[in-house]
Design a protein around this ligand. Structure first.
Ligand SMILES: [Zn+2]
Length: 282
């Protein structure tokens, strides 16, 4: 057998190994940390968030020296040499053949940024906002209604205090949702909406029909719609969706499934609200 034919024969085997290792990497602590960096630096390009992560895995907030100064922070004396280096794209306005103006990428230069451990807060420094804004809404009633909705849909809910801080909760695809009891009631309500969407739209026997991006896009969009319908703001939804590479097109492509799931859950929310009112009057 010539070497090319021999290699062809082993391709499947190699791809299988690669897929297996990729799966393992996805579950590794390093990859989880990388996802965290992607979520924190979502306003940077995928390439730059990776550059930040490689150079300073622990970074929580990064800014250019100029931006830090605007925020009231100064660079520590010994830190100016220790910048994190990223790529800054430069564009030039050009005219295409039809005379339309378009921006063309001409080159990259090195950008220098610093994380919060490299600066000192001045007297009037602005507080750094949390990358994940915890919901402080008084969502007790909404949580209760959503909890009853789960029961109506045959889904049980357990709250646990031993989950990792960053883990909001999960659904097992078999009618059971687990929530992190240490999170605020607003956060738990949003997580419950997201996980309930998974249970309704992606039960275990149907899960194989979707990509990871599809299931997360659908669940988070459903949660966003449910929370909006119930008057609870969901400021983290876009970041969450961006983390999964979801774009406008992805949401549009999943719109029918999202609508169907919202419809199913909202109908039960209405019944659960009626039940809650009846129980209160009794
Ligand atoms: Zn999810």
């Amino acid at each position: 057998m010539n070497p090319t034919t021999a290699n062809h024969a082993r391709l499947d085997e190699w791809l299988d190994t690669l897929a297996h290792e990729t799966d393992q990497a996805r579950h590794s602590a390093l990859f989880t940390a990388y996802l965290g960096a992607m979520a924190r630096f979502w306003s940077y390009s995928r390439r730059n968030s990776m550059l930040i992560f490689i150079q300073r895995p622990q970074a929580q907030y990064v800014n250019s020296r100029k931006r830090w100064e605007e925020l009231g922070y100064t660079l520590k004396k010994d830190q100016w040499r220790n910048s994190i280096q990223i790529l800054c794209p430069h564009f030039k306005k050009m005219r295409d053949d039809a005379g339309r103006e378009e921006e063309t990428l001409t080159h990259f230069t090195t950008g220098y940024i610093y994380d919060e451990t490299q600066v000192e807060a001045g007297l009037h420094a602005q507080p750094l906002s949390a990358p994940w804004s915890a919901s402080t809404a008084d969502a007790g009633d909404l949580f209760d209604v959503l909890h009853r909705t789960c029961t109506r849909l045959g889904v049980t809910v357990t709250e646990r205090d031993d989950l990792a801080d960053a883990l909001h909760g999960y659904a097992d695809g078999a009618g059971h949702i687990v929530l992190n009891s240490r999170h605020t009631i607003g956060d738990r309500t949003q997580t419950l909406a997201h996980e309930l969407a998974h249970e309704v739209a992606h039960p275990r026997n149907k899960r194989g029909e979707f990509t990871r991006q599809q299931v997360e896009c659908q669940a988070e969009a459903v949660s966003y719609c449910l929370c909006t319908a119930m008057g609870l703001a969901s400021p983290n939804s876009p970041t969450y969706l961006a983390l999964y590479g979801v774009s406008r097109e992805t949401i549009q492509a999943n719109a029918d499934a999202i609508r169907a799931c919202v419809h199913t859950i909202l109908r039960e929310v209405e019944r659960a609200t009626g039940q809650q009112a009846a129980d209160a009057a009794a």
